[in-house]
Design a protein around this ligand. Structure first.
Ligand code: NOJ
Length: 714
């Protein structure tokens, strides 16, 4: 008999249910619900998993109780949210999505896992794989943005990064693909609200990221809090059992979200905790996080014959197997025994700065306002986010709450020690007080450029942070208007830097600022990274992974829309359009300027007649007509012309990068297996259909900037 079978044979029902329970420890970060008794319960073997602990000291102390004091000595599984870095905070996932760099996506997860593991942790609740097309939803900050292909690439890189190729390594952590599934489609962008989407959208947009994570070997998965078309995900048998377990072959651990089993009662599908526990177990949910429904409900359900001991054992086996794979049985203290050397932490900061720099999206740069002229003698840095070092860290702090972070002001002062840098916040991020505006405006006199640092508080995005009006909060618009009016009068350029966990609705600012940067929340090195770009030490290269709406009424807005039978035509009244605003976004998916100026020509596609076993070779010539070296990201889209089902106007299929010096020309090559041109037919099964497909290549999803060629599938 294997170690696990031997254990299961010896376990009592309370011990089994302990393995299916995860609770916040007495070292809880968030409010304890059933945490009070965790110490004794660990000794009793009735709590087998913990969340929200940090530090090798407390982690090993708890582990020792489980291993040395409990009857069977089963080690604990201890997990924490490590969403964008653990102690060294990296850019938020939405920002990092825009770097389009699989190696860096993987490396930040790897470094976060090493830091988390050095803190004794073996599991993280990441990556977050919720595609979202709605900037009202605050959790856009944690995810990949609007596109499912991009999401799938990130999913694989993140799973590789967190888990490495050996889960038992003292530097590896079990990843958790979350939140399964379609959480990003909550009604009207309102947190925790219902989700209602078609089967086609589910399969085309929301499932591929999870399929990719499963193929990459993700160890665990978390169902979303939400319901999908009437069935709460924590109890969703067709998706959790039939799709995930049976069709995808996922045999890892499913862990609920916080208190989600108990919330089945509020969803209205369970009368009490017993009902709720039965529903979750039947759906294949293994670990109950914070609801205490399994410990309270399953003994009753078992007695009533509503669940079987085999069903309980199946889940216990999965949990024990994960602990075994993590090497916890062989050495429960393997993580967190050695302190990380200072040099390693310094290297991690270098990585954080590189990724932060590459995450910055230059949305606008009129008349080459940026980079700042080297001759600039004085600058004015205005706005409530100019000296806001804590805000730079973004909405999930992991264990980095007390880590220092670099503000824009500090970063600029370090980069430009000879420059006179003045500062005034003008207004607070989210208050009605305009009394500081005048003083801020007065500071602009005589400077060479004004930097306006505006946006959200970090806590205005992330969980439970929906905003019906995702625009500049408080009186920041008034500040911007006053500063820009004064700067205009003085003939001084204004560079606006926006901090947010989502695209903001800022049409006025976009029109009136000379340059506009999306700086999201860039982590501990934010200010240094921003200074790198402002001063021209680095050319910006980030691309927005979400479309920026012109007005709130355009939401949801995304490039992968399906065509209308009456496409927009300004000359024809009865076409798909608004009376009061354009259909297009303010900034398209993939948009992001550099300090170069790239011209595209000669799109070549081989072969022109394509069979399913072929691989397309696509290339395009680029020339940098700008005055500075820069790196361009080139996107590859497709559009099926005629098919039995309506296909999106654009489907992302790849990207490539090319760095060119001023005046230099080069070409990028993309290869596309023809199997990637399959799509889901009328019955949602993948088909490769004969017919015409358009290949489109260019700098973003903006239609007029794409080169195109039609090929024939046969
Ligand atoms: C609730 C969040 O929805 C989830 O993403 C997170 O992993 C858990 N809380 C645990 O902190």
């Amino acid at each position: 008999m294997s170690r696990i079978d031997t254990l299961i044979a010896r376990m009592t029902l309370p011990e089994k249910l302990g393995q299916l329970t995860m609770t916040a420890s007495s070292y809880t970060v968030t409010g304890p619900v059933i945490a009070g008794d965790s110490t004794q319960s660990i000794i009793d073997g009735t709590i087998g998993n913990l969340l929200n602990m940090v530090g090798p000291g407390p982690v090993h102390e708890m582990q020792r109780l489980a291993v040395e004091k409990s009857r069977l000595g089963i080690p604990l599984l201890i997990g924490l949210d490590i969403i964008h870095g653990h102690r060294t905070l990296f850019p938020i996932p939405l920002a990092e999505a825009g770097i389009f760099d699989e190696d860096l996506w993987e490396r930040t997860a790897r470094e976060a896992a090493r830091e988390g593991a050095a803190d004794g942790l073996a599991m993280t609740f990441a990556p977050m794989l919720d595609v979202s097309r709605d900037p009202r939803w605050g959790r856009t900050a944690e995810g990949p943005g609007e596109d499912s292909w991009l999401n799938a690439r990130i999913a694989q890189a993140k799973v590789r990064g967190f888990q490495g190729n050996d889960l038992s390594s003292p530097e590896a952590m079990a990843a958790c693909a979350k939140h399964f599934v379609a959480y990003g489609a909550v009604t009207a962008g309102r947190e925790y609200a219902a989700v209602d989407i078609s089967d086609r959208t589910l399969h085309e947009v929301y499932l591929p990221g999870f399929a990719a994570a499963v193929r990459a070997g993700v160890a665990t998965l978390m169902p979303a809090f939400t319901d999908l078309n009437g069935v709460p995900m924590t109890a969703h048998i067709p998706l959790l059992r039939d799709w995930l377990r049976v069709e995808m072959g996922f045999d890892g651990v499913i862990v609920t979200d916080y208190n989600a089993i108990a919330e089945l009662i509020k969803h209205g599908v369970a009368a009490d905790l017993v009902d709720a526990a039965v529903l979750a177990l039947k759906a294949g949910v293994d670990i109950d996080m914070m609801a205490d429904a399994y410990r309270k409900g399953l003994p009753v359900a078992l007695e009533q014959g509503r669940v079987t001991m085999e069903e309980i054992d199946t889940s216990v086996r999965r949990v024990l197997r994960l602990k075994e794979e993590l090497g916890l049985f062989d050495d429960p203290y393997r993580r967190g025994t050695t302190q990380e050397p200072a040099a390693l932490i310094a290297e991690r900061h270098t990585l954080a700065r590189e990724v932060a720099r590459k995450s910055i999206v230059m949305l606008k740069n009129e008349r080459d306002t940026l980079p700042l002229p080297t001759a600039a003698k004085s600058l004015c840095v205005i706005g409530p986010l100019a000296d806001a070092h804590t805000e730079m860290k973004g909405p999930w702090w992991g264990a980095g709450e007390h880590e220092p972070a670099v503000s824009v002001l500090a970063g600029l002062r370090a980069a430009l020690p000879q420059t006179d840098i003045r500062h005034a916040p003008g207004v607070a991020i989210n208050s009605d007080d305009e009394s500081g505006i005048e003083a801020a405006v007065a500071l602009c006199d005589g400077v060479d450029a004004v930097l306006l640092c505006l946006g959200e508080r970090a806590s205005m995005s992330g969980e439970a942070a929906s905003r019906a009006t995702p625009a500049l909060p408080g009186r920041q618009q008034a500040l911007a208007e006053a500063v820009i009016a004064r700067a205009r009068a003085l003939g001084i350029p204004v560079i606006a830097i926006l901090f947010s966990g989502r695209p903001l609705v800022v049409p006025w600012l976009s029109e009136h600022a000379d340059a506009l940067l999306a700086a999201w929340f860039l982590g501990v090195e934010a200010g240094n990274a921003i200074a790198d770009v402002l001063t021209g030490h680095a050319s910006p290269s980030g691309r927005t992974p979400m479309s920026w709406p012109r007005v709130i009424g355009q939401i949801p807005i995304f490039f992968g829309q399906r065509p209308s039978g009456r496409p927009m035509n300004p000359a024809d009244y009865y076409t798909s359009k608004y009376h009061d605003v354009d259909n297009t976004p303010l900034y398209d998916f993939g948009h992001g300027l550099t300090y170069g100026r790239f011209c595209y020509d000669e799109l070549r596609v081989e072969p022109q007649r394509v069979r399913e076993q072929d691989t397309l070779k696509i290339s395009v010539n680029l020339r940098n007509d700008g005055a500075r070296e820069a790196e361009e990201t080139v996107f590859l889209f497709t559009r099926a012309k005629v098919s039995p089902v309506t296909r999106p106007l654009l489907e992302l299929k790849g990207y490539a990068k090319l760095r060119l010096k001023p005046g230099e020309a080069g070409s990028v090559e993309l290869s596309l297996p023809a199997t990637d041109l399959r799509y889901l037919g009328p019955d949602l099964q993948p088909v490769f259909e004969a017919g015409q497909v358009e290949i489109l290549v260019g700098p973003s999803a903006e239609q007029t900037g794409l080169l195109r060629q039609t090929i024939e599938l046969s």
